[in-house]
Design a protein around this ligand. Structure first.
Ligand code: G3I
Length: 421
């Protein structure tokens, strides 16, 4: 068994639900989390009900509310109305909080991005902002994205007011200021397209080394994980890339995971591929000792930034727009359950997921205590074998065991997936 999973199994509470955060913790991660859309939480009760369930999401991150344009839209005028939505929700639900984001070229008010600064004046602006915002959330954030997206896709340093004023010296400066503002939160560099292990990834490795060489603190690197169905690297390649950073002594996490279809509507086979891609990402985190958790950037296709930015693309999340669990959800659940029990993947392929999906679900999916109907499972292939706790025991196309070891029972999660609980 994976050492993280072994430890977690020893510590696991007697009853663990089939939901993603519970499974992630049982698999040795710290959390499975989601971004919270500040405009959605009070206007969509189905959204709120799922998001508020700690068994599903053990950690929240504000999608927009803690960004500079929200927290200090005018110089010296601080506003926490939006940021507090997520912080308060997490507190109420007993969920963890990731905090996002401090020094970023985007969603930066004009008074900063178009100002004419010297090193001294911009240092003062950054210090005031960081002290106020990190001070406001002091003690509440598991981690803060201190510097966000400092590298362009071609691997060059991204042009910004910070780079123009300080060159790369703003990197250690930001981390030093953050440490002073909240000494106990984990300080992260956070970026997208690091997953492909190309020039941008090389530059991010250099970034960590620059900060460390300057004697500044950096605790983690966030892989945002804004990926594309069918173009997501394999589980092994993802793990190799994560390890380039853990080898530098920092932890890693997937911080904004979504995997979009490049064209819509997505076919059944594209949905299976999406499920495999999600499983590969989550599986790579389970495989790497310093990978602490996975956060999805929203959870329902009803509310996502993707179609607005990539017209014609989308359906990038794990619940569909009617709040039905997708193949992606099932695949993640399967890979976490396998890690939690130490069970080998049960698919016939060598991919890291063992869900076999033949169709979109047709009904709302809720956890019930009823075993799956006989029609939803196949009795072939499973023989007389009994499935272990958390293992799959049914679902459309499932050819493995349909009975569970005592005292566990086979419980339907959705049309594709029943699980021994
Ligand atoms: O709040 C205003 C509203 O008052 C106004 O009426 C409306 C008109 O367009 O805009 C609203 O602001 C929007 C904001 O989201 C809140 O909904 C902005 O236009 C819109 O640009 C902004 O998009 C966000 C985007 O970051 C901005 O860069 C997305 O929601 C958010 O998901 C996205 O998140 C980023 C991460 O922070 C960093 N990594 C990439 C990721 C995806 O782009």
């Amino acid at each position: 068994m994976h050492s993280k999973a072994f430890l977690a199994a020893l510590l696991a509470p007697a009853t663990v639900s089939a939901q993603l955060n519970d499974l992630a913790v049982a698999a040795g991660l710290k959390y499975f989390g989601t971004a919270l859309g500040e405009g959605t939480i009070n206007s969509d009760s189905q959204y709120a009900a799922i998001l508020n369930d700690k068994r599903e999401f053990g950690q929240l991150v504000p999608e927009n509310g803690q960004k500079w344009d929200s927290t200090e839209p005018s110089r010296g005028q601080f506003n926490y109305n939006q940021g507090d939505i997520t912080a308060n929700q997490a507190k109420r639900n007993g969920q963890g909080l990731r905090c996002h984001t401090m020094v970023w070229y985007s969603q930066l008010p004009n008074w900063v991005s178009s100002g004419s600064w010297t090193k001294a004046t911009l240092t003062s602006v950054m210090e005031t902002h960081i002290n106020n915002v990190m001070g406001h959330y002091k003690g509440q954030c598991y981690a803060w994205d201190v510097v966000n997206e400092a590298i362009s896709d071609d691997g060059q340093w991204r042009n910004s007011v910070f780079l123009r004023t300080f060159s790369t010296d703003y990197l250690p400066l930001s981390f030093n200021l953050a440490k002073k503002a909240d000494p106990n939160t984990k300080l992260y560099y956070n970026d997208y397209n690091l997953e492909y292990n190309q020039a941008k990834t090389d530059r991010a490795v250099e970034l960590v080394k620059i900060v460390q060489a300057a004697g500044a603190p950096i605790d983690g690197v966030g892989f945002q994980g804004h990926l594309i169905v069918g173009s997501t690297p394999s589980r092994a390649n993802l793990a190799t890339t994560l390890k380039r950073f853990t080898a530098l002594g920092v932890e890693v996490a997937y911080t904004e995971l979504d995997i979009r279809h490049a064209s819509l509507p997505a076919s059944s086979s594209a949905q299976v591929t999406q499920g495999n891609d999600f499983a590969n990402v989550v599986g790579s985190c389970v495989d790497v000792a310093g990978c602490v958790g996975v956060t999805v950037w929203g959870f329902t296709d009803k509310h996502s930034w993707v179609p607005g930015t990539f017209p014609g693309e989308g359906d990038a999340l794990i619940y569909d727009s009617n709040y039905r669990k997708k193949a992606a959800w099932t695949s993640i659940s399967s890979v976490l359950a396998a890690a939690a029990t130490g069970a080998p993947p049960q698919s016939s392929s060598s991919s890291s997921t063992f869900v076999t999906v033949t169709a979109r679900p047709t009904s709302t999916t809720t956890t019930t205590n009823t075993p799956p109907p006989a029609t939803s499972t196949s009795s072939g292939g499973g023989g007389g074998a009994e499935q272990t706790r958390w293992g799959q025991c049914g679902g459309n196309g499932w050819a493995g065991p349909t009975r569970c070891q005592s005292p566990w029972t086979c419980q339907k999660q959705n049309d594709w997936y029943s699980q021994c609980l």
